[in-house]
Design a protein around this ligand. Structure first.
Ligand SMILES: [Zn+2]
Length: 158
């Protein structure tokens, strides 16, 4: 699946299972893109070229990566889970227990194909509706976060 589809799915998962706050949305967004760091042309892979060292769709798409992400941040893990779930719908599927090569999933949506475009459109629409319904909480959280950081920087400088 493409990065934008993963991002839309990750954010929608964050809105659905978490809250519309930066503390949820930022880690869930990063988590939704993180497994494809093993691909040189992915959104994060362009900045951190680990694709040279890690074979695509191996351990970064496994339950171990999910567990590692959980140790860092549960919302990061939710993003990774949403990524793995979507990749399980593609023909290549996912080796959940890598280095065991058995791949799990159903061959349903071809990466970059018309079904993925349709899915992405649906996810973006869901995201739009979720955001619209929860924007008050979101903007209050952004204002609060900016206020806390401004105060922190102000205290640091004075
Ligand atoms: Zn992937």
């Amino acid at each position: 699946m493409k990065g934008t589809t993963h991002l839309a799915m990750g954010l929608l998962t964050g809105f659905t299972f978490g809250s519309p706050t930066l503390g949820v949305l930022i880690p869930v967004a990063v988590g939704s893109l993180l497994p494809d760091i093993d691909h040189q042309n992915s959104i994060l892979g362009k900045y951190l070229p680990l694709g040279r060292y890690i074979k695509h769709r191996t351990w970064t798409h496994s339950v171990y990566a999910l567990g590692l992400a959980y140790l860092i941040n549960p919302w990061l893990a939710l993003g990774v889970a949403s990524h793995i779930f979507l990749d399980m719908l593609t023909p290549a599927r996912v080796p959940l227990f890598y280095p065991n090569r058995t791949r799990f999933g159903i061959k349903f949506i071809k990466t970059g194909g018309p079904l993925e475009s349709l899915l992405r459109l649906g996810l973006c629409y869901g995201l739009f509706l979720s955001f619209q319904a929860q924007q008050d909480v979101f903007f209050a959280n952004v204002a609060q976060t900016v206020s806390i950081w401004t105060q922190y920087i102000f205290n640091f400088l004075t």
